[in-house]
Design a protein around this ligand. Structure first.
Ligand SMILES: Cc1cc2nc3c(=O)[nH]c(=O)nc-3n(C[C@H](O)[C@H](O)[C@H](O)COP(=O)(O)OP(=O)(O)OC[C@H]3O[C@@H](n4cnc5c(N)ncnc54)[C@H](O)[C@@H]3O)c2cc1C
Length: 459
């Protein structure tokens, strides 16, 4: 049977665009539907605008540090509107590049919401049109979860945080994941009074325990108030602002409340059931190692599959799909040892296993750890400390985890990830000569095993 397209991609975000381009470049007839703006979460309301906000907010601490080096900075002020305008211009430019790249590859772009009618038919909403396709790729990403508390409608999520009319004087951020701590750092750096509320025992669940403790202390040092082990029960809108009620009886009044309480796969109303595409128990599209769904001609990549929800992962899954299906070269993306960064202030870089995961998997582990004042802080007298940690499997001596909190950790961890992916041993790691004077050199000069004080007697 002849179809309108060889491939129809639903969602022009990180995964969808990469897959569409690579498939179209093989000569396949490809269309991509996008209901919002081309570029998806990463470009429009995720990684990229967030990193611009981090840059903007870091200047306040740079100005403080500069004084130690003899600079006088008088009258430095921040103008939210100037920044937001500049950010929006750049985001529009980047989105335009995505459009151009799709067009250059020969893919058709459909500016509309697309839903499945059956396994080979897509309905283009608002255009009274259906399109048939031999193969379909679902790359619809994720959506922020809004907790079901009274008054939730008064709160924003990360989606709106990029477009506020003015810099909040005060903000309560609910959540303890990477988006919560990143926005806490952004708003605090720009001058807002920030409270972070998280129901768990500490921020950044799933990260190495030392990293969690270290970052929480650094955030508090920067004036962010962190409230843990406590639920957010209600928001009340008053003339004084939004009054948030906590389960410990405390009330906090802020100009804004931001939910950073997780994201969920964006599958609602997509018509998956009409095409035989099943969800897993987390509500994500169920896929195999080659990103194939339970329907024979339908694949899914990126956040909608809830594997590792990061842009480079969505891109690699999209590329692997195109390679498998349009170049007849079965390729699956390896989700092990994916490095990640948290653009908190200070930032985090991490790859491989946490200490707890390594103990669980390998039994005995050797830990190497350094905590020191970054060189740039010495004149200013700032209290900021950098944390570096290596987790080594005791039997094989393989470096199985690398964790860092401190300036430039996201840049440093990218390189460390190569070594971890290659499975290098601590001895090989140590053969690497240091680059001096840097913070990164600490990683190759840690010789003494770290024994936590409480384990000193038994280790
Ligand atoms: C605040 C924030 C910060 C982040 N920071 C980072 C970071 O620093 N580093 C990192 O690696 N990752 C980061 N991420 C995660 C990253 O953005 C996602 O992992 C990535 O964008 C996933 O790509 P995707 O292709 O799966 O989906 P998306 O990029 O979300 O793209 C899906 C697209 O599909 C469209 N769509 C959905 N349904 C339909 C439909 N039915 N019809 C037509 N179009 C549809 C959507 O409008 C969207 O454009 C961040 C996310 C957020 C929210």
């Amino acid at each position: 049977m002849a179809y309108d397209y060889d491939l129809f991609v639903i969602g022009a975000g990180s995964g969808g665009v990469r897959a569409a381009r690579l498939a179209a470049m093989t000569g396949a007839k490809v269309a991509v539907a996008e209901e919002h703006r081309v570029g998806g979460t990463c470009v429009i309301r995720g990684c990229v605008p967030k990193k611009f906000m981090v840059y903007a907010s870091e200047f306040s601490s740079h100005f403080k540090t500069a004084q130690g080096f003899g600079w006088t900075i008088d009258g430095a002020t921040f103008d939210w509107k100037t920044f937001i305008t500049a950010k929006d211009i750049e985001i529009a430019r980047l989105s335009g590049i995505y459009v151009t790249n799709l067009q250059k590859a020969g893919a058709d772009l459909v500016h509309a919401r697309a839903v499945l009618k059956d396994a080979h038919t897509v309905e283009i909403l608002g255009k009274d049109q259906t399109v048939s396709a031999d193969k379909i790729l679902i790359a619809t990403g994720g959506r922020p979860v809004r907790p079901d508390v009274p008054g939730a409608e008064h709160a924003i999520t990360s989606e709106e945080a990029f477009h506020l009319e003015s810099l909040p004087k005060s903000i309560l951020i609910v959540g303890g994941g990477y988006i919560a701590v990143e926005f806490a750092g952004i708003f605090a750096g720009l001058g807002s009074e920030v409270t972070l509320l998280y129901r768990g025992p500490n921020i950044l669940r799933g990260f190495d325990e030392d990293v969690r403790v270290h970052l929480a202390a650094e955030m508090e040092r920067r004036g962010i108030k962190i409230v843990l082990a406590c639920e957010h029960t209600r928001i009340e809108k008053t003339d004084a602002g939004l009054v948030s009620h906590f389960s410990n009886g405390i009330e906090v009044t802020t100009e804004h409340v931001m939910f950073a309480t997780g994201r969920e796969p964006y599958v609602k109303g997509l018509g998956l059931e009409t095409a035989g595409v099943e969800l897993n128990d987390r509500g994500a599209v169920k896929v195999d190692a080659f990103s194939k769904t339970t329907a024979d001609n339908i694949w899914a990549v990126g956040d909608v599959t809830d594997r590792i929800n990061l842009t480079p992962v969505a891109i690699r899954e999209g590329a692997a799909f195109a390679e498998t299906v349009f170049r007849d070269n079965p390729t699956s993306f390896d989700h092990e040892h994916v490095a990640t960064a948290v653009f908190s202030q200070p930032p985090i870089g991490t790859v491989g296993l946490t200490e707890a995961e390594a103990r669980h998997k390998h039994g005995k582990v050797d830990i190497y750890r350094a905590i020191f004042r970054p060189m740039k802080m010495t004149f200013y007298g700032g209290e900021e400390r950098c944390l570096m940690k290596l987790v080594v499997a005791a039997d094989s001596q393989q470096v199985v985890g690398v964790h860092m909190v401190g300036p430039d950790s996201p840049e440093i961890i990218q390189m460390a990830a190569i070594a971890v992916k290659m499975g290098v041993t601590k001895a090989q790691w140590d053969q690497t000569c240091a680059v001096h004077p840097t913070a990164a050199e600490e990683f190759v000069t840690m010789r003494e095993k770290y024994v936590p004080p409480e384990l000193g007697a038994v280790a």
